[in-house]
Design a protein around this ligand. Structure first.
Ligand code: SAH
Ligand code: SF4
Ligand code: F3S
Length: 457
């Protein structure tokens, strides 16, 4: 059989990354080989994100480029997948007559069949959930894992929360959980393959198994996975603050493999805004969780997502978010400017904020976060951590070669190049300098500081 090549371009969250891995796995089973060059690929797939307008526009601009390539070599197949595909299926077909395939996030398992159909019949295919929901919640969704030693494991798909600003419940459909035994099997396989960091994925993972009759809740699941032996750590993203209880918090002290890191999206520090976002917790609830985390024996890093410029966000609301940032001093914060998404309730809310105000609030909150992170990161200086090496640093140069990796806290660490191929391996690194985004250190032989590091022999 003639060899065929594929190229996948992925935007958006880790869920999309995991889906792209699964798609790559499916294509390879069909005899496709991956290529780094879209120009050379027989099949190009764009896995898109619709969470903000900017992400959506980027998808269209890449699509334009790929369709241009198809004009020069018409046998190339172009697929548009992911969240924008789900949301805009009808418009896409009209707007881009040369596009071969539109496939939603719940339909990609049938890709090989679609490709076969496109090769044998002329015409185009549009497959979005609702018509046929092909992802069975038992299907393993993360086939491979890349050489960085990280594996993404989807534990649930969809989202039922309907935060008022968010498009995800419309693009990913209703929540569906994979069975704990299937998740466990996939994690075991990845650990056996030598994967060192497992990230459990879902839009609100703490809601895992909450539907009546399901055999396991989220804490049951991570306790079960913690029993797997091997030299690995695990994280999860994203939990929902309203679900977090003492039992889950205690896991950071008790579970051997759980990385000391909690990504806890706050979205806003104002109760009024949280209410209008349909986030079902208050700033007091949130601060209470943070306080309990900070009382643990384990030093747990706390990171967040926050939106500035939500419709009607007053100066007072914004100040409440700033106050929260001052109190917490996040280890990392992703600060987004609100982007109205058609079809969500918030897109209909009255909005009186100028772009100038939103830009100013965004820049000032970023500055506040950076100051806090730089201060907090100083606690790492002099400590030794297990760093999972991702590869050569992008800033590495021939006369100053450097490696880059991550700690269990999820801090990025830069260290001198060690000569050997350590990508995807743990190295013990002593931190000697800390800035707001990066730690700097030297490799050492000594023991590390963390529970998740006990697995080092
Ligand atoms: N399910 C995850 C996040 C999914 S989207 C969670 O609930 O934490 C990732 C982040 O994008 C969100 O946490 C939110 O901060 C941001 N986001 C979502 N919709 C947005 C919008 N319309 N405008 C700006 N940011 C948005
Ligand atoms: Fe969006 Fe809220 Fe669901 Fe997260 S929990 S994906 S923010 S609706
Ligand atoms: Fe984007 Fe869809 Fe993920 S909208 S953030 S790719 S769930």
């Amino acid at each position: 059989m003639m060899s065929r090549t594929y190229y996948i371009e992925t935007f958006g969250c880790q869920m999309n990354k995991a889906d792209s891995e699964a798609i790559g796995g499916l294509l390879e089973e069909e005899g496709f080989e991956s290529t780094e060059l879209p120009e050379a690929a027989d099949f190009i797939l764009l896995n898109t994100c619709a969470v903000r307008d900017h992400a959506e526009q980027k998808a269209y601009s890449y699509l334009g480029r790929y369709l241009q390539m198809k004009r020069n070599s018409p046998r190339k197949l172009i697929a548009f997948a992911g969240c924008v595909a789900q949301k805009e299926a009808a418009n896409l077909v009209q707007r881009f007559p040369e596009l071969d395939l539109v496939v939603g996030p719940r339909n990609f398992t049938a890709l090989p069949e679609y490709i076969h159909r496109l090769r044998t019949d002329s015409g185009r295919i549009v497959a979005t959930a609702g018509e046929e929901d092909l992802v069975d919640a038992t299907t393993p969704r993360s086939r491979g894992a890349d050489s960085t030693g990280q594996g993404w494991v989807t534990i649930m798909v969809g989202c039922d929360r309907f935060c008022s600003y968010c498009i995800v419940p419309y693009t990913r459909e209703r929540e569906k959980c994979r069975k704990p035994a299937d998740v466990e099997q996939e994690v075991r396989e990845l650990v056996e393959k030598g994967i060192k960091e497992i990230t459990l994925l879902g839009q609100s993972v703490t809601g895992y198994g909450r539907k009546a009759g399901f055999e396991s809740d989220f804490v049951d699941l991570i306790e079960r996975l913690d029993c797997i032996s091997g030299n690995f750590r695990m994280r999860f993203t994203s939990p929902y603050p309203g679900d977090i209880d003492q039992r889950l918090i205690g896991c950071f002290d008790e579970l051997e493999h759980l990385a000391p890191h909690l990504h806890l999206p706050v979205q806003s520090g104002s109760n009024e805004i949280l209410k209008r976002m349909n986030r079902r917790y208050t700033r007091e609830d949130y601060l209470d969780i943070v306080e309990k985390i900070r009382q643990l024996d384990t030093d747990v890093a706390i990171t967040t997502d926050v939106i500035v410029g939500f419709p009607g966000e007053s100066e007072e609301d914004y100040q409440q978010t700033r106050e929260l940032f001052e109190k917490i001093k996040y280890d990392k914060a992703y600060i987004f400017k609100y982007s109205p998404r058609e079809g969500t309730p918030a897109a209909e809310y009255e909005d009186n904020l100028s772009q100038e105000v939103i830009d100013r609030r965004h820049a000032a909150l970023l500055e506040l976060y950076e100051q806090g992170a730089e201060q907090r990161n100083q606690r790492h200086v002099g400590k030794t951590y297990e760093v999972l090496i991702e590869g050569e640093s992008p800033k590495s140069s021939p006369d100053n070669r450097q490696l880059v990796g991550r700690t269990g806290h999820n801090n990025v660490v830069v260290l001198p190049y060690l000569g050997a191929d350590l990508e995807g391996e743990f190295v013990n690194v002593r931190i000697n300098k800390a800035a707001s985004y990066t730690l700097f250190g030297e490799p050492v032989e000594e023991e590390t500081n963390f529970i998740a590091a006990r697995a080092v022999s």
